[in-house]
Unconditional design. Sequence first.
Length: 91
Amino acid sequence: MKQIKIIAIFFILVIPVILFAKGDLVSMGKLIFEKDCLKCHPYEGGGSGSSVDLSTYTFEKLKKSKCGLVTKKSDKEIEALAAYLSTMKKD
């Protein structure tokens, strides 16, 4: 019975925090994208550069990027940008 209570507490308290934190990263990443990336990378009618599937850009791939706007960002900002980019699935 004690294990069931622990599991219930985990799902009630911990899981929403994890999901909220992920959503917060995505929101932060969207702001970064709109401020810095959209100028060059078209998405939903914006941008003027070449179209690439940005959804494949992971944290590691962004860290190795040659884009000066990305390489000047903190790890947290790059993590947020990667979280947002993962939501940009091309149809």
